[in-house]
Design a protein around this ligand. Structure first.
Ligand SMILES: CC(C)(COP(=O)(O)OP(=O)(O)OC[C@H]1O[C@@H](n2cnc3c(N)ncnc32)[C@H](O)[C@@H]1OP(=O)(O)O)[C@@H](O)C(=O)NCCC(=O)NCCS
Length: 377
């Protein structure tokens, strides 16, 4: 069987960090404005008063302390409560493509490759700025890549599903060098006026390069030993934004056109699915848990990751066994597990084994078994 490797990875981190305290201060100022403006309806019992958010709750419930944003001023202004990202002219690179180019260049450098050698580009993310032309084709153009490009959306599992898709296309010799990029501007779909979720997301972009092991120039790439994908329909994470919104003017701007979730239900329903999928995959591959050095898990909630790591490893995970990046980055959707991989794989020697796993809306779960190999070109 053809062996496919990850020969490089890259990460773009936006320049603006926003702490929980800053976010909560803006949210609570907005609550005061809202409650003042609606005082008579609230007093008459026609509207519930809005409640304050708290940094203590956010860190305890999620593990998030801070996040990076592409744009922060509007987010911290109680009169605006959303990022301000001006539209660009069609003949200029879009914001998401700029992020993608930066992440892709790092991945190319690690893989020892030139942009012109790429012949497959997949942009996989939870949100795209437009239906067409595909963002991936714009990226292909600005990078100077060849071949074909297309976009994919499997929400938080976009990266793992795209890696499996690229690996299959490389195995079938449809392509020779594949770039998978995950530009996530999650702040653009986040309702900063929603107490239950205003703290959840951050922005980032990741990239990985995949190729056949025999063409690889990175002396110590990560072999993709197995990839398993699973989906199960659920409305517990949903966003009704779409091209038909304008055809229903009365509901066009209602809150369901942004991210909405039943966090508790997600927590309870997704955890067993993820743990079982990884356990079955390890058995099928003949990998025992003692041979695993690392779990690069989706980064949505600290307790969730600790639970999954405990289930998979059979003991309380040490921080180096299941690295956490959500404390600094928050949930960056499909980029999260790849950020964990990018920042925490170089220390592992040849022969190390790890699981990279995403989970989220759909529901969707993607898990990859990776083994570091020596490649003598
Ligand atoms: C979102 C999440 C952090 C919320 O944590 P939680 O412990 O489930 O919190 P709950 O929503 O049950 O709320 C608990 C209490 O905190 C309160 N609360 C909610 N938001 C708050 C805030 N910002 N500040 C202060 N209190 C808050 C609630 O009102 C509730 O109060 P009550 O017990 O008096 O009713 C957590 O459910 C989660 O991360 N789930 C998984 C989500 C996930 O993986 N999603 C994938 C997305 S891609």
């Amino acid at each position: 069987m053809t062996s496919i490797v990850i020969s490089g990875s890259g990460l773009y981190t936006p320049p603006f960090a926003v702490s929980n305290d800053e976010l909560v201060k803006a949210f609570n100022s907005w609550v005061d404005l809202y409650n003042d403006e609606n005082a008579s309806a609230i007093d008459a019992g026609q509207l519930p008063a809005r409640q304050y958010s708290s940094s203590e709750f956010i860190e305890k419930a999620s593990g998030i302390r801070s996040r990076y944003l592409v744009s922060r001023e509007g987010v911290l202004d109680p009169e605006i409560m959303q990022p301000l990202i001006p539209e660009r002219a069609d003949d200029k690179p879009s914001v998401m493509v700029e992020m993608a180019v930066a992440a892709a260049e790092q991945a190319l450098q690690e893989a020892g490759r030139e942009p012109g050698e790429i012949d497959l580009v997949i942009v996989a993310a939870s949100n795209m700025p437009r239906p067409y032309p595909a963002l991936s084709i714009e990226l292909q153009h600005y990078l100077g890549a060849r071949g074909a490009a297309f976009d994919m959306n499997v929400a938080c599992s976009s990266a793992t599903f795209a890696i499996k898709t690229a690996a299959d296309m490389l195995s079938a010799a449809t392509a020779r060098l594949a770039l998978v990029v995950n530009p996530e501007i999650c702040s653009g779909h986040l309702n900063f006026r929603d107490r239950d979720s205003h703290f959840i997301f951050g922005d980032a972009c990741t990239a990985v390069l995949l190729e056949r092991e025999e063409t690889c120039r990175n002396p110590q790439p990560w072999r993709l030993v197995d990839a398993r994908l699973q989906t199960q329909y659920s409305n517990n994470i949903r966003n009704n934004f779409g091209f038909l919104n304008r055809c229903s003017p009365d509901t066009r701007y209602s809150p369901d056109k942004l991210f909405v979730q039943q966090g508790r239900k997600v927590f309870k329903e997704v955890l067993p699915l993820v743990s079982e999928q990884i356990a079955e995959q390890l058995i099928a591959a003949g990998w025992d848990t003692e041979s695993l050095q690392r779990l690069w898990l989706h980064q949505a909630n600290l307790t969730m990751n600790q639970f999954i790591a405990r289930k998979v490893l059979g003991h309380e995970a040490r921080s180096e066994e299941a690295p956490i990046i959500l404390d600094r980055y928050a949930n960056t959707s499909s980029a999260g597990s790849i950020i964990a991989f990018h920042l925490h794989n170089q220390d592992l020697p040849v022969g190390s084994r790890g699981v990279l796993c995403s989970f989220g809306a759909g529901y969707s779960i993607g898990s990859l078994l990776l083994e570091r190999v020596e490649h003598l070109s």
